[in-house]
Design a binder for this molecule. Structure first.
Ligand SMILES: C[S@@+](CC[C@H](N)C(=O)[O-])C[C@H]1O[C@@H](n2cnc3c(N)ncnc32)[C@H](O)[C@@H]1O
Length: 216
């Protein structure tokens, strides 16, 4: 069992209606999402699970990039899930959204060959970061890939300063391990191999790193 409390998209559910606009303005969203889609490289045979899918932006973009791929998204927050469903409907694409936690990917009832996640791990407690990465490993087929786009190590004083805006919203305790660069170590601990930090993109709210890893 795990703690089923969760931090909503912008740290406070009253701010959820402003999530998409805030991410667009404050994260150089177009740049990192495009780079992330390129890294994930969806193909028609892929079954892709987006954990902490939020308002569905990544899941919808993946389906648009590769209509033949099967895309699933889970998130514990019903409010973002209804926004995600609306987004998929507006884009006229089929994405399967369901309620679920990153620590329990079995809730999605799929056996993905790629698990992806964007902007989720920085805002969950350390125990949940571990649980989410272990659960991604357990869900993946052998040879499967894990892709993460998130605030990672904040190397420069400028990026550490910029990241304080995220820390003010999402809490210091949950976010600081990411800023200290914990994610690759947690992936290794879970059993992933070929762990890479492919790109680091400076944004007005801190550096966003694109990681990949493999379940061998
Ligand atoms: C900052 S939003 C990111 C949403 C989306 N992935 C994106 O790229 O825009 C973080 C999301 O993680 C979800 N979340 C929080 N704790 C979670 C958990 N333990 N498991 C899965 N999702 C979680 C929140 O409900 C929220 O939708």
């Amino acid at each position: 069992m795990f703690d089923r409390a969760y931090v909503p998209a912008l740290g406070d559910r009253r701010l959820t209606p402003f999530y998409d606009a805030t991410v667009s303005l404050m994260t150089c969203e177009r740049t990192w999402r495009r780079a992330f889609i390129k890294q994930i490289d969806p193909t028609p045979r892929d079954v892709i699970l987006d954990v902490g899918c939020g308002t569905g932006t990544l899941a919808v973009m993946l389906k648009q990039a590769c209509p033949g791929a099967s895309i699933y998204g889970i998130d514990p927050d019903p409010e973002v899930l209804s926004r995600a469903e609306l987004k998929a409907r507006d884009a006229d694409v089929l994405v399967h959204f369901a309620k679920g936690f990153a620590q329990d990917t079995a809730a999605a009832r799929v056996r993905p060959n790629k698990v992806v996640s964007s902007l989720v791990l920085h805002q969950v407690p350390s125990l949940a970061k571990r649980g989410a990465i272990l659960s991604a490993f357990a869900a993946l087929r052998p040879g499967g890939e894990f892709h993460v786009a998130d605030y990672g190590e904040q190397k420069s004083p400028l990026m550490r300063f910029a990241f304080r805006q995220v820390q003010a919203l999402d809490g210091f305790a949950n976010t600081q391990p990411n800023a200290d660069g914990i994610l690759p170590a947690l992936m290794a601990e879970a059993g992933f191999t070929d762990i890479r930090t492919n790109v680091v993109i400076p944004t007005p709210t801190g550096a966003i790193s694109l990681y990949s890893a493999r379940r061998t």
